[in-house]
Design a protein around this ligand. Structure first.
Ligand SMILES: Cc1ncc(COP(=O)(O)O)c(C=O)c1O
Length: 348
């Protein structure tokens, strides 16, 4: 079979390409040396990100992983534990950075739905003890990627933050897709994150910018974070060319995320009708679908291969689980074509 020229790429929302407006903004960006704090476009992006998230200050970082790494470093000392959900990105997909850079051990808590609650966390919290490393930080992920784009509600985050703060602990929110969560809940990102000490969010996922993430928090924390960013090799000089599309992503793209959520729901409803695929469309809240393919008699990797032959890209995350992610480079018609391809792919 010939390979198609126009892929329907549902592997991730990281695959989005910059819009023509973003490309123009890159070409025209006003720049300076950001290591000296002199790039006006980066400064504008950081200030705007902090304002939108309701925090004092922001720091532009090349990736979400670097933002999370810096946050763990900010709030912990070597030899502490970081409580996180068992399927979290920070623990599973960031090359053990919390151990490598911050000398911390992850204390993962499995949950059925990807939502950490204070009752789960309280059981795993450890003060310093003759045998225990103390808890140094609580890390939350909203939306939760591998749990299928699941949203942690504001009340759950608020309770965790209140209880953590009573124990003298900080809370970092991996909000790579925080605007998807806010869209689902119908509240602002600032309201949703009001009590978190730091928040990382990505410009380069559903918001469509080519590169970049933001870490936001107190002015004092962001001044320290700037030094950790430099240590990690993230001092980016004339980074205004990257901040300029980021500003467009931040201002314009959150408003359209509901479209991606509707497409994800359409995909879920279609997949639920495909023989051997198990997914509950009612549980699809945002732009990520994780579904079980074991009853097709095929491993996810074989289904990926067959989909690719039909012009659709989607990854297996284990032999029995596959993930699809909707974004603004795949429209409703693309999702319908992906469903047709899936029906053919699982047929012998
Ligand atoms: C929940 C979550 N956190 C963090 C990241 C890391 O972002 P980056 O790929 O920019 O390092 C990702 C990336 O997929 C993610 O899904």
């Amino acid at each position: 079979m010939n390979q198609p020229t126009q892929w329907i790429d549902l592997r991730s929302d990281t695959v989005t390409r910059p819009t023509p407006e973003m490309r123009r903004a890159m070409a025209e960006a006003e720049v300076g040396d950001d290591v000296y704090g002199e790039d006006p476009t980066v400064n504008r992006l950081e200030a705007r990100a902090a304002e939108i998230l309701g925090k004092e200050a922001g720091l532009f970082v090349p990736t979400g992983s670097m933002g999370n790494t810096i946050a763990v470093k900010l709030h912990t000392t070597h030899g502490q534990e970081v409580i996180c959900e068992a399927r979290s990105h920070v623990m599973n997909y960031e090359l053990a950075m919390m151990a490598w850079f911050s000398g911390c051990l992850a204390r993962p808590i499995p949950t059925p739905d990807g939502i950490l609650r204070w009752t789960d966390i309280r059981k795993e919290y450890r003060p310093l003890h003759a045998h225990f490393a103390p808890t140094g930080l609580i890390e939350l992920e909203n939306t939760h990627n591998i749990a299928g784009g699941v949203v942690t509600p504001k009340e759950v985050i608020d309770e965790i933050c209140d209880e953590a703060h009573n124990l003298g602990l900080k809370v970092h929110l991996d909000g790579a897709r925080i605007f998807n969560a806010a869209t689902y809940l119908g509240i602002s990102a600032a309201e949703l994150c009001a009590k978190a000490d730091t928040v990382m969010f990505c410009l380069s996922k559903g918001l469509g910018a080519p590169v970049g993430s933001l870490l936001v928090g107190t002015r004092e924390d962001m001044a320290r974070a700037r030094l950790y960013r430099k240590r990690l090799g993230g001092g980016m000089r004339q980074a205004g060319v990257l901040a300029a599309p980021g500003l467009i992503a931040l201002e314009r793209m959150p408003q359209r995320l509901a479209e991606d959520h509707a497409n994800a729901r359409l995909l879920a409803e279609g997949l639920a009708r495909v023989r051997g695929i198990s997914i509950d469309p009612a549980k699809v809240q945002t732009n990520i679908l994780v579904f079980d393919v074991s009853a097709t008699g095929l491993e996810s990797f074989e289904i990926s291969r067959r989909l690719k032959e039909r012009g659709v890209l989607a990854n297996g995350i284990s032999p029995s689980l596959m993930r699809m992610v909707t974004h603004f480079d795949v429209d409703r018609a693309g999702c319908e074509r992906a469903l047709e391809a899936m029906e053919q792919a699982v047929r012998y």
